[in-house]
Ligand binder design. Sequence first.
Ligand code: FAD
Length: 306
Amino acid sequence: VVQQLGPRPDGSIPFSVEFNPPRDAAGEARLWRAAREFERMHPAFVSMTYGAGGSTRDRTIRVTGQLARETTLLTVAHLTAVDHSVAELRSIVGAYADAGIRNLLVLRGDPPGDPLGEWIKHPEGVEYADELVRMVRELGNFHVGVASFPQGHPRSRDLDEDTRFLVAKLRAGAEYSITQMFFDVDHYLRLRDRALTADPVDGAKPIIPELMPITSLRTVQRAEELSGRALPERVIERLRKAAGTGPEENREAVRAAGIEIATEMAQRLIDEGAPCLHFITLNFAKATSEVLANLGYTVSPTPVRA
Ligand code: FAD
């Protein structure tokens, strides 16, 4: 992944997208439509999230492997420690390796059900993500990324502590981090400064900002659930204004405002030298493509590996 980051010869910066494991055949078809559409835009990489649960897990590994083998997309698999012993984690990493996947985003994960509920370590599992980073690195030639949190992880006591934990994951062998989504670019810039101050070597590793284009007031709720943070009041205000005061939300205006907000954030991140823009897509290509088109990214008819 790190080789794909930073400005390209034409001065543009790469983008990447995040998919979720499909739940059924219809979801799988939708994912493939989105993947094929993104393939024509040459993302630096695509990543597939990981959830707990046996059947979902098997499907996740299968579909992620297919993406890696049957498309030109550089595929990153997320891996979490939730409900897994070290032996199980090793075998999942092995399954990904067999599927041709060498890039893993290594996470601790959240307790199932309530993300802020009590974290109970699997009796033969790992406690924190840095241990999992070391374990994966010891298993072989894997490229590892980790999560970072512009506003701090909700369980961290303060931002300094949070930065120390991020640096620990980078020192354990992670090559880059992808942030939790945010809606205030200043938070991203401060995280980058904090990491660099905490450790001029490992703290300088690329921090990839994660964006989620808001397409409806319902997506606001989803964004807040996923990030564990309320959106800034001025963002909410803008979306509410677009929604109008009538009995029905003006969906088109909300969507347009959401795309505009994501475009403005992306442009500022580009200006500030972000190494890549990572988009949460919920397995739809349209909103992300619109943001990218606003930024001047073009679609090519012939897919090539970025
Ligand atoms: P850790 O780095 O282990 O941190 C967990 C908590 O422990 C934090 O509060 C941290 O401050 C604290 N901590 C860390 N190290 C120590 C230490 N040594 N001593 C004491 N405290 C410590 N979840 C999924 O289930 N599936 C996914 O696919 C997924 N993808 C994600 C992708 C991105 C880009 C991001 C940002 C998050 C993703 N998550 C995913 C959510 C993530 O699993 C949760 O946010 C989880 O609570 C934290 O994971 P982590 O890897 O940062 O954990």
